[in-house]
Design a protein around this ligand. Structure first.
Ligand SMILES: [Zn+2]
Length: 332
């Protein structure tokens, strides 16, 4: 067994290459708690108890559950599981929680690219969010999901139209990849981000599955070297959207939380896949699955103006939060 060689490193090493707040950039930075890591197979894991102390949070294990908590945040991890909850929102990890002796382990990928951006968004790179591309999925002959005469392309466009109006009211410049029931290729959708110099891309879709399934989920691009949600085969290549992995985690989490609060729909979590519209974009972005047309209750809700408006408002609120968090310091 070559597993389990233990290294002690400092958090500065773990986070090498990531931005830190200016206040920590001086030579006299206070010493930080160190985070130990351990290699298991091809995956590098961090000791979860060390991650907790890095954030000044409590760490406790009971049965198969590890809790990391402070006055503001509560993270629940389950041994051998790729699903966790953060402040009540379901978050899908790239790698399952592992163990060394009695200690629970979190992959370094999930720490750097998923949890740290959500718990410490002040460390995200500064970026102005002004131009937004809204992408109502499908259109023309491509109707998307269909259930009981309701077409996905129609709901996507209706919500996008409401969202565009709200964002413009709040001062954003908005372009939609289609304004009516017209076909748009996937490459046209993606190219709109670079052609136009977009700061943010949001694709809107509705889901379909067996009738009992319902709820909301949000996708961003799978990170390099990690498996997508629901799969075990790691993505071998980098994709353009990987330049924004940390921003995308914060954006997805913030949006999912706002949508759940607004709709009380069931929570299918924030996920990663490489759909072309979230893989090849040249700005932060996400694909929002607003609910299941195949579920009778959810389909009826998605057709209603007040549900569409609640979804649009929740996404606009999340975009505002994203803009404020990432805003560059005012010019002096
Ligand atoms: Zn769709």
């Amino acid at each position: 067994m070559t597993l389990g060689r233990l290294f002690i490193i400092t958090i500065m090493t773990v986070l090498a290459g990531l931005a830190f707040p200016a206040s920590n950039a001086s030579g006299s930075a206070p010493s930080r708690p160190s985070i130990r890591f351990v290699q298991q197979g091809k995956i590098k894991y961090l000791y979860l108890r060390d991650v907790a102390s890095y954030y000044g949070m409590r760490y406790a294990v009971s049965g198969k559950t590890a809790t990391v908590a402070s006055a503001y945040s509560r993270l629940l991890f389950t041994l051998d599981s790729r699903s966790m909850t953060l402040n009540g929102v379901r978050v899908h990890l790239a790698f399952a929680i592992s163990r060394r002796g009695k200690d629970y382990l979190l992959s370094i990928n999930d720490f750097q690219l998923l949890l740290d951006p959500i718990l410490r968004p002040a460390a995200l790179p500064r970026r102005t969010i002004r131009k937004i591309v809204l992408d109502p999925g499908h259109g023309g002959k491509d109707v998307g999901a269909v259930a009981d005469g309701t077409l996905e392309k129609t709901i996507n466009l209706q919500v996008a139209t409401r969202l565009a109006a709200k964002l413009r009211q709040r001062g954003y410049t908005v372009v939609t990849t289609r304004k009516s029931d017209t076909p748009v290729s996937l490459s046209q959708r993606v190219e709109s981000t670079s052609k136009w110099g977009a700061d943010l891309f949001i694709s809107l879709h509705c889901n379909s599955a067996e009738a009992s399934v319902s709820g909301l989920e949000i996708f961003s691009a799978t990170w390099h070297g990690t498996p997508p949600t629901g799969d075990l085969v790691p993505a071998k290549e980098r994709c353009p959207a990987n330049a924004f992995d940390r921003e995308n985690s914060y954006l997805s989490f913030t949006t999912q939380k706002a949508l759940l609060d607004a709709t009380k729909a069931s929570d299918r979590g924030i996920k990663r896949r490489r759909f072309s519209v979230i893989r090849d974009i040249t700005c932060p972005g996400m694909l929002v699955e607003m609910g299941f047309l195949s579920n009778n209750t959810e389909r009826q809700l998605l057709k209603q103006a007040n549900r569409q408006d609640a979804i649009a408002k929740a996404i606009a609120d999340a975009v505002d939060k994203f803009r404020t968090t990432l805003a560059p310091p005012p010019a002096r």
